[in-house]
Design a protein around this ligand. Structure first.
Ligand code: RRO
Length: 312
């Protein structure tokens, strides 16, 4: 039996549902090209600001047996760098390109999106509403009124399909409130769930110290720590959003977790901590594992099980 891993969405076709989580292996053209030449089905760039940023002081990323903590602070080469990459990108080779946008202000987001709209490139923006690591700046995704204003303004100036990267939510009332709000915007075609769980604290008992420097050790959690929270967010938004896609992100280390995300309703899935730790070979390995699991279960394509999670 042949297993078909392809995904058709947003008018695009991906050979398979895996790509990098924004922030991992996508800050420089060299890294972006590593993902493009890997087995990944798409490429997304590091969240960018209008001007380049160095980010927070190091150490700002640390991995443990269960995942990672980071407080990178939005280091990026600036919007123009990623737009230029998008201009030279070989779209005809069939691997979609997503551009992550994370302006320091609404005006910055609008000016990047207006420029993108005028350049008419086929890359698709994922607007990051959930960076947890800017000292003194709360995440937009936890302020529904600010999200509503942001999405209304974006929809006014950007007519193409776009998505948003959401923080994790932890309460059914918040899932409904956000879904109602997101459902109002027709141009919003997908949500990516989840960004890292913000402001965790990893402690090394040997050194009796925090493990990253910014914010006295507070940072966003990724990897296995966040899998159940990611799955809950994917499942809830897949149920509550009408005619929109959910991209799953959080805790995918193998084909099994990729399968879980798709079973919960994800159209495609992103790999963060695992990609950071293992390198781009992770894509081929996870795809092999997903294919083997589907074969074992008798599934021929992702639609055979997508969103079909059973409840008891
Ligand atoms: O750069 C970061 O510190 C960062 C960002 Br913008 C984000 O969206 N999520 C994250 O875990 N780190």
């Amino acid at each position: 039996m042949r297993v078909d891993l392809s995904v058709s969405w947003l008018g695009l076709t991906m050979a398979n549902p895996l790509y990098n989580a924004s922030g991992v292996m996508c800050r420089s053209v060299t890294e972006l090209e590593q993902v493009r030449h890997s087995a990944a089905g798409a490429v997304i760039s590091k969240s960018c600001t209008l001007q380049p940023r160095d980010g927070n002081p190091e150490p700002r990323y640390h991995a443990t047996a269960l995942g990672s903590i980071n407080s990178m602070g939005l280091p990026n080469a600036g919007y123009a760098y990623y737009r230029d990459y998008a201009r030279s990108y070989p779209y005809a080779q069939g691997k979609p390109l997503f551009l992550s946008i994370s302006g320091m202000t609404l005006e910055d987001n609008l000016s990047m999106l207006a420029d993108l709209a005028s350049s008419a490139l086929p890359c698709i923006p994922e607007v990051n509403l959930s960076c947890p690591n800017l000292p003194g700046k709360p995440q937009l995704g936890y302020d529904p009124d600010a999200c509503a204003i942001t999405l209304a303004e974006i929809s006014r100036i950007y007519s193409g399909p776009f998505g948003v990267k959401l923080p994790p939510y932890f309460d059914p009332v918040h899932f409904s409130q956000m879904a109602d709000l997101l459902n109002e915007f027709v141009g919003l075609r997908f949500v990516t769930c989840i960004n890292s769980i913000g402001n965790g604290l990893v402690i090394d008992p040997d050194t009796e110290s925090v493990v990253i420097k910014p914010k006295d050790g507070l940072g966003g959690l990724g990897g296995s720590y966040v899998l159940p929270t990611a799955l809950a967010n994917v499942r809830e938004f897949a149920r509550l959003l009408h005619g929109k896609h959910v991209v799953g992100c959080g805790g995918i280390n193998s084909g099994r977790e990729a399968f879980m995300h798709i079973l919960a309703g994800a159209t495609a899935v992103q790999i963060g901590t695992c990609l950071y730790e293992e390198g781009e070979g992770a894509f081929a390995r996870i795809l092999d594992e997903l294919r083997a699991l589907m074969l074992q279960k008798g599934y021929r394509c992702l639609d055979d099980f997508r969103g079909k999670l059973k409840t008891l």
